[in-house]
Each structure stands twice: as structure tokens, then as C-alpha cells.
Design a protein around this ligand. Structure first.
Ligand code: C2E
Ligand code: SIN
Ligand code: SIN
Ligand code: FE
Ligand code: FE
Length: 366
């Protein structure tokens, strides 16, 4: 069962929502609150999987709710869908800025409501899986040696290349990100298995860009707010591609499922790849996306790839920007340490700048 919370000052509206969703009763526990304070009190005892909130309420507003949810670690990752009237363009923008996951127009249709809630619930369950797997991963990886044959490596490589195919000007970006990530991981004294896994899966960090339209991906200028919202979905699209249960392969998995209910998730390679896809744009100070995770809440794999990705993005030409010099890039990393990037990792890679540059020179098809 998943827990849903509706927040609205009008009791009639809450009742109407409950009636509307009565077919989902077997799957969804529906809670309601008539004020933001009441909603926040409920979050202290119940772990919600999604919150659907009105904006305008007599005391605290839906925006106050968003702000309060962002403050606590336990509530920060709950997806929030905000209900607004169609005409309220400014309110919509503000809601997204404050961390709303999605917006819905009032009056809301049954189909829209169920579709948006379902997609918010999927986001939440991926985040929960990633957090859970990140916690248990270290021991798991130590228990087994990495058994990778050439075919595995070859397929990962091809998947990464497919992801960057349309992103013409990024050249060998994904390859370089693998190499930078490897030397950073080495410097942090991770185990050889972890280093290998990061090297192999970091190139898949932007796999989800495959789902971003050309008009946005290849745009020569700054993105608009709406385009930016779409661009940010590349993290989850990537994780979805990597973690989704392979329905079409049911026959293949049928035997294994008896022993292991989640065979497609517990493979450390896909877990690493999905963690990296999902968390490479999280920022140390909590201002990143899609989870707004903070400091060590961000899996180490995501914190490492963030360095590699930003380094390479700064040193490369993009449709919307020129390349920066090595010196300027390093200064930018220094400034970003402690806000965007992990300051301890920055400390540990002080001697690596020449190696970064030689990777750039070696794997550069521009
Ligand atoms: P990307 O080009 O691979 O950039 C990866 C990350 O490197 C960016 O994540 C950002 O953290 C950093 N970065 C890139 N360029 C700069 C820069 O000039 N200055 C600084 N300080 N950092 C930089 P972010 O911002 O989350 O962007 C994710 C992706 O969104 C980018 O991947 C790119 O594909 C796209 N994107 C971002 N901004 C624009 C834009 O203005 N126009 C277009 N067309 N695409 C953009
Ligand atoms: C950009 O959007 O071009 C860079 C923003 C950032 O520094 O995160
Ligand atoms: C942002 O970093 O929030 C905006 C970046 C953009 O619009 O390209
Ligand atoms: Fe990315
Ligand atoms: Fe990237």
C-alpha cells in the first residue's frame, strides 16, 4: 500500500477526491488534511509517498508546505503535486522553484489525477530503492567479485554511445567522464570493484538525454523555464531505462524470479548505473535535482561523477557555450566545492589536474 495525502482547506473538495479515487482503495491509503500544519503533523507519524496540495489556503499556503517539507531529510524526497487554477502562470513557476514535482489544473479530471499520482509514486519508489540500495551496496559489492565479460563491457559501451549520439558536440564526453571518475575513485581509496563499477557505469550518466527532444537538447541559447524543467527529467529517464522491470523478458526471468524477486535491480552494475543517472546533478548544499539530496545523502558515486561531468562540460564546447581554459575550470571547481560539489573530494583531487588534462587530450574526437 502507498500513502497519499491531500491538503485542502475545503472539506468538500477533500471528500470529492476521496470519492474520485475510491477504485484505487486497494492500492492507495488516502489521508487528508485541512491545513498545512495538520499536514506537517501527519508527516511526523506517516511516511507519505505523495502529497497533493492546494495553493491558496486561509492560514499557511501550499508554498509554505513546500518550504517546510524541504527542510527535513525525512520529508524532502516526498513528491508534491500542486493544484492551481489554469490562469495562475506565476504560481506555477513559483511552485516548481520551491520543489513541486508536478502541477495539476483545477478542476482536475479523474484520468489526469490518477496518471500524475502514478508517475509521482514511481519517482518516489525509485528514490527509495536508490537510497536503500546505496546503503546496502557496500557490503554487497564486497561479497561478490565483479564478473564481467567482454560482451557486458561492449554492451554498456554501446548503450552509452547511443545516449550521446544526438548530442553531437559533446564528442567523447561520456568516455572521458568514465576516466575522470575512475581516477577520482582511486584517489578516494575505494575498493577495486567499486572503482571498476564506477568506471564502467559513469559513461551512462546522461543516458536519459535520449528522451529529451532535439529542440531542447541542441538549443543554441539558454533554456526557458519550461525547457529546463524538461531537461531535468533526463536523470529519472535514465534511471527508469536502467531499472525498469523488463516485462518483455518475463520468460527469461521466470526461473530466476523464484529465488530472487528483483533480479534486474540487484545486479551491482545496473544499480551503480542507475544511482549515477539519478544523482549526478544533486548538489552538496541540497540545491540540486531531482531529489534535492544534501551532502552525504548523495551517494558517493553521484558525488564523484558530478566532478567528472562538470569538469568535462566546462572544458568542452557545447551548443550553448564555449570551452573554458584549464585554469579557469579549476577555479570554477574550487568555487563550487562546498556549494555544488563535495569539498572533501575536491581536497583529495588536488594533484590530479595534469591527469585530467591528459585524459582530455587522449579521448577527444573534436
Ligand atoms: P552538460 O552540458 O553535460 O553539463 C553538465 C553540468 O556541468 C551542468 O549541469 C552544470 O552543472 C555544469 N556546467 C555546464 N556548463 C557550465 C558552465 O558554463 N558554467 C558552470 N558553472 N557549470 C557548467 P546542469 O546545469 O544541470 O545541466 C545539465 C544539462 O542540461 C547540460 O549537460 C546540458 O545538456 C543542458 N543545459 C544546461 N544549460 C543549458 C543551456 O543553457 N542551453 C542548452 N541548450 N542546454 C543546457
Ligand atoms: C547552466 O545552466 O548553464 C549552468 C548552471 C549551473 O552552474 O549549475
Ligand atoms: C537553472 O540553473 O536553474 C537555469 C539554467 C537554465 O535555464 O539553463
Ligand atoms: Fe546530466
Ligand atoms: Fe553530462
Amino acid at each position: 500500500m502507498q500513502n497519499l495525502l491531500f491538503v485542502d482547506d475545503e472539506n468538500n473538495y477533500l471528500k470529492a477526491m476521496e470519492r474520485m479515487l475510491h477504485k484505487q482503495k486497494a492500492l492507495w491509503n488516502i489521508f487528508s488534511a485541512q491545513s498545512v500544519d495538520q499536514a506537517l503533523a501527519l508527516t511526523r507519524t506517516i511516511a507519505f509517498d505523495v502529497i497533493i496540495s492546494d495553493v491558496n489556503m486561509p492560514e499557511k499556503s501550499g508554498f509554505d508546505l513546500l518550504k517546510s517539507l524541504q527542510k527535513a531529510r525525512s520529508t524532502r524526497t516526498i513528491p508534491v503535486i500542486i493544484l492551481t487554477a489554469n490562469s495562475e502562470g506565476d504560481l506555477k513557476r513559483k511552485a516548481l522553484e520551491l520543489g513541486a514535482t508536478d502541477l495539476l489544473n483545477k478542476p482536475v479530471s479523474y484520468e489526469d489525477l490518477v496518471a500524475r499520482i502514478t508517475s509521482a509514486l514511481r519517482l518516489k519508489s525509485y528514490q527509495d530503492e536508490l537510497i536503500y540500495h546505496n546503503l546496502s551496496l557496500e557490503t554487497k559489492v564486497k561479497e561478490r567479485t565483479l564478473q564481467l565479460d567482454h560482451l557486458h563491457q561492449d554492451l554498456i559501451w554501446r548503450l552509452a554511445k547511443a545516449g550521446e549520439l544526438r548530442d553531437e558536440e559533446t564528442g567523447d564526453h561520456v568516455v572521458r567522464v568514465g576516466h575522470y571518475s575512475r581516477i577520482i575513485a582511486q584517489n578516494l581509496n575505494l575498493s577495486q570493484e567499486e572503482i571498476d563499477l564506477i568506471f564502467l557505469t559513469a559513461p551512462l550518466h546522461d543516458l536519459g538525454k535520449i528522451g529529451i527532444p532535439d529542440a531542447i537538447l541542441l538549443k543554441k541559447n539558454k533554456l526557458t523555464k519550461t525547457e529546463w524543467t524538461a531537461m531535468k527529467t533526463h536523470c529519472k529517464i535514465g534511471a527508469d531505462i536502467l531499472l525498469e522491470k523488463p516485462k518483455g523478458m518475463k520468460a527469461f526471468y521466470a526461473l530466476k524470479e523464484e529465488e530472487n524477486p528483483l533480479p534486474w535491480i540487484q545486479d551491482p552494475l545496473k544499480t551503480y548505473a542507475a544511482i549515477i543517472a539519478m544523482t549526478h546533478h544533486e548538489k552538496w548544499d541540497g540545491s540540486g535535482y531531482p531529489g534535492g539530496l544534501k551532502k552525504k545523502e548523495i551517494p558517493i558515486q553521484g558525488r564523484i561523477v558530478a566532478f567528472a561531468d562538470v569538469y568535462d562540460a566546462l572544458r568542452s564546447k557545447r551548443p550553448y557555450k564555449d570551452a573554458c581554459s584549464a585554469e579557469h575550470t579549476w577555479r570554477t571547481l574550487e568555487q563550487a566545492a562546498g556549494s555544488h560539489l563535495d569539498p572533501d573530494i575536491f581536497e583529495s583531487i588536488q594533484t590530479l589536474q595534469p591527469e585530467f588534462e591528459s585524459i582530455l587530450a587522449r579521448y577527444n574526437d573534436l
